[in-house]
Design a protein around this ligand. Structure first.
Ligand SMILES: Nc1ncnc2c1ncn2[C@@H]1O[C@H](COP(=O)(O)OP(=O)(O)OP(=O)(O)O)[C@@H](O)[C@H]1O
Length: 797
């Protein structure tokens, strides 16, 4: 048996089996060196105490999977990469050889190869397993691909077959873990067959119940219908049968008139026959609804597109202030589209054919989509994907389900009545997946130009051509978009607005728009510039302008009411501070210019990105006698907790130099010291690696007694060797500092290019320090002996 020492990637709530190609995201790259580890990692499930019958070591399942990284896919952050990988063997943990700051295990690589499979299993057992798997997949995966079913059917290696089925089955976590932990081939195949059988039986029972409910409902409705029928029949000149025939005739006429493709007409005629033969029960209603949907779909209708780049530019400029770069990217995208269309080029390989606007809420992502539709003269439809976790919401339910309906795409097409609308897939980053399928994969098919001309909705059950649709996606963040889906997207970032930009948007766009919406004219109301500033600074808290628009609308509604109630005595209203408070109430936000300028050792200001814009984030640390522990509070995510560990790791490693440079006389014994680090606003969750430099600075300040300058804030990720790595959201963070009255910031040198996004006027008022290493941060940020912090080992990094 081969033994291996390997780096652990813990996983939660799921199990990875061998023989899988996968994309693996590694977040611990400051600790993981692919070369040293021969590109191996161990994927080990974390098992909580409630799950019985699972062999474990500490908090881990004793069994896991050995994975080899085959190539690097792309970098999310510097220490956060996605790899192509292959899982190729089960492993059994012997012991945990390291647990901090990351886990390493010593494990035995298990060989699951079966020497002579013929002697172990009769073909009957294998056929039984394959048959059950097929039945199960057809029932639960709604539409398993025929290729996949064929692969299962033809797989000769029983071990591969076992893992393939276990991977694709939606078993309970504890069952999945058990299947991973069994070494004996007979036992594991028997258990898999047993799990599949239970699932298939459960399905049959649910189905029977559904049919019974449906039958009872049908009987009730039939009873009701014949009751109405009898009552109506007593009325002179009224015949129920006649009405039924009339309905059918009307439907037949509609079908005749409809401009349906031949294959669709055939299906409709078959369904019509069912109605003609059948009673007026539930089934008949289902069929009618189905025919209605088919008749309402625009099988051949297209609107004529006017793709003129000048017109698009005009519309985008008329609807949106600024966003020069974004508009330019949109025009480039449309220009390429126009050329490809003219030259009839279709070989897109699915790459970058869908535009995706990403950025904080309220910056105009949706309204840019609307403007694009307007300028192309195509109808616009928005599909909200936030929280969608069921594939059926995209692809529809089969008609056999009670209460089935078509998916959101077919509903959108029905609504816009043409085959080539602009469809906005809003919040594509908020899709989740569960046992009912993965909506991201369904979308993947929808967005692939090579597949979407044959899009199949489960309810409609007839292919519909979606290739004429222009899809636009929006997202607040990129990390949660499924990687394969993200590959399809042409990403266009929209960053938050400065106060000056918000004022211009309010004056030129939001005020005229809301005046008109609320039936007012300029002469009736004026909002002076200083009041617009007050609204932005004291009554809204956002990177975009959505709240600002709401506040303006609220003011106008108030004034409209005043005008309507007393038109004769109404005089032009100039909104002042008192009027503002009367309408909006007192400001709930603390004045942004009051970031406390505290300067005590252990306190440092970081810069954070939030959906509401950049914020100054105070970091506090204290020390006390103890046993070398450190505590972190303030609702931090895992990545941020790791930043704290990295900071402490670096400080301990470089302590002799830090002590010397800070001219510290007293002795610091880390083993007899507890450190507590707190991130105030403890109820707000915080995460990400970008507080690394601020955390390190706070702790160095705490231990050396040198204060951090009170008027400086910083952002940057650190590595264990003291390098400062780039981070996201630079524009928002610098604006956040500026608006909080902090005019000196430290940012990673590798973020220099992002400074171009910050308005020149603000850049000039600030001193922005670009740093490559943590000692440069300490030189700039620490008072007293801070400027001495030139560390020899970091100079060459
Ligand atoms: N640059 C701009 N110029 C004019 N109006 C703007 C601009 N940016 C945003 N708006 C307006 O702000 C409002 C909110 O914008 P929108 O709904 O498009 O935001 P969003 O980015 O899609 O937000 P979310 O992520 O929450 O969906 C809209 O009325 C929009 O017209």
């Amino acid at each position: 048996m081969k033994k291996i020492n390997v780096f652990v990637v813990p996983i939660h709530g799921t199990v990875l089996y061998p023989y899988q190609n996968l994309k693996l995201r590694l977040t611990d790259l400051q600790f993981y060196d692919a070369k040293v580890n021969n590109n191996y990692v161990a994927i080990i499930p974390v098992v909580d105490q409630q799950i019985d019958g699972i062999q474990r070591i500490q908090r881990f399942s004793q069994y896991g999977t050995l994975v080899r990284l085959t190539s690097e896919d792309y970098t999310v952050y510097a220490s956060n990469k996605i790899y192509q990988a292959f899982s190729f063997a089960r492993i059994k943990i012997d012991s945990i050889i390291k647990s901090t700051p990351y886990y390493m295990i010593s494990a035995e690589v298990l060989s699951d190869e079966i020497v002579d499979e013929q002697t172990l299993w009769s073909s009957q057992i294998i056929d039984n397993l394959k048959g059950l798997a097929k039945q199960y997949l057809e029932q639960f995966q709604m539409n398993p691909s025929p290729q996949f079913l064929q692969i299962i059917q033809e797989e000769k290696n029983i071990n591969k077959l076992f893992f393939m089925i276990a991977t694709n089955a939606d078993f309970h976590y504890s069952q999945k873990l058990k299947l991973l932990q069994i070494d004996d081939h007979n036992t594991k195949i028997t258990l898999l067959i047993q799990y599949l059988k239970t699932k298939v039986e459960e399905f049959a029972q649910t189905k029977a119940l559904e049919q019974k409910v449906s039958k009872d409902l049908m009987q009730q409705m039939n009873k009701q219908a014949s009751k109405t029928n009898n009552q109506s029949a007593n009325l002179p000149g009224f015949s129920y049968k006649k009405q039924k025939n009339n309905d059918i005739e009307k439907l037949q006429a509609k079908v005749k008139e409809a401009n349906l493709p031949d294959h669709v007409r055939e299906i409709v005629e078959q369904e019509m026959q069912k109605i003609e033969k059948g009673s007026m029960g539930v089934d008949s209603n289902v069929t009618r609804n189905y025919i209605d949907l088919i008749l309402q779909l625009p099988w051949n209708q297209q609107v004529e597109e006017t793709l003129s780049i000048e017109k698009c530019k005009e519309t985008l400029d008329a609807d949106h202030f600024g966003l020069t770069k974004v508009k330019e990217r949109i025009l480039q995208f449309l220009a390429v589209k126009k050329l490809r269309k003219e030259r009839k080029i279709t070989d897109s390989n699915g790459q970058g054919s869908i535009i995706c606007f990403f950025g904080p809420p309220g910056v105009g992502k949706t309204s840019l989509g609307q403007s694009i539709a307007k300028s192309l003269n195509r109808p616009f439809y928005r599909i909200a994907l936030g929280g969608v976790s069921d594939e059926a919401q995209i692809r529809g339910h089969r008609r056999t389900y009670v209460g089935a309906f078509p998916g959101s795409l077919i509903q959108a097409i029905k609504k816009v009545k043409c085959k080539n609308p602009v469809i906005l897939l809003d919040e594509i980053d908020k899709l989740t997946s569960n046992h009912r399928g993965d909506p991201s994969s369904a979308l993947l098919e929808v967005l692939d130009p090579e597949q979407n001309s044959h899009f199949m909705d489960n309810y409609l059950n007839i292919e519909f051509d979606l290739s004429g649709v222009l899809f636009i996606a929006t997202a607040n963040q990129l990390e949660t978009i499924q990687p394969a889906l993200r590959d399809r997207l042409e990403l266009i970032e929209i960053v938050g607005y400065t106060v000056k930009e918000k004022v211009a948007i309010a004056n030129n766009y939001l005020i005229p728009k809301q005046l008109q919406k609320n039936g007012l004219v300029n002469e009736q109301v004026t909002i002076p510039q200083e009041i617009i500033h007050s609204i932005i600074k004291q009554h809204t808290n956002e990177a975009g302008v959505r709240q600002l628009e709401r506040v303006i609308a609220k003011i106008y509604r108030n004034i409209a009411l005043k005008y309507v109630t007393d038109q004769q005595n109404f005089k032009t209203i100039v909104v002042d501070q008192e009027g503002l408070i009367e309408i909006l109430g007192p400001s709930m936000l603390s004045d942004k210019h009051t970031t406390p300028l505290i300067s005590i050792p252990g306190v440092c200001k970081g810069l954070a990105w939030t959906p509401a814009g950049g914020k100054v984030l105070m970091i506090e640390s204290v020390k006390m006698e103890g046993k070398g522990k450190f505590e972190i509070t303030g609702m931090l995510g895992d990545v941020m907790k790791e930043s704290v560990r990295t900071a402490i790791g670096w400080i301990k490693a470089y302590w002799p130099q830090i002590k010397m440079l800070s001219k510290l006389n007293s002795h610091v014994n880390f083993d007899a010291l507890d450190i507590h680090i707190h991130f105030p606003a403890g109820a707000t969750p915080k995460d990400g690696p970008s507080a690394g430099v601020a955390i390190t600075t706070a702790i160095v300040s705490l231990l050396t007694g040198l204060k951090v300058k009170s008027d400086i804030a910083m952002t940057g990720e650190i590595t264990l060797t003291g390098r400062v790595l780039p981070v996201g959201g630079i524009k928002e963070k610098i604006l956040g500092a500026f608006e909080s009255g902090i005019f000196s910031v430290i940012i990673p040198h590798r973020n220099k290019a992002n400074l171009i996004d910050v308005e020149a006027e603000i850049r000039e008022k600030m001193s922005i320090h670009l740093v490559k290493t943590i000692d440069q941060v300490l030189q700039i940020a620490l008072e007293g002996n801070g400027p001495n912090f030139k560390m020899i080992n970091l100079a060459n990094l």
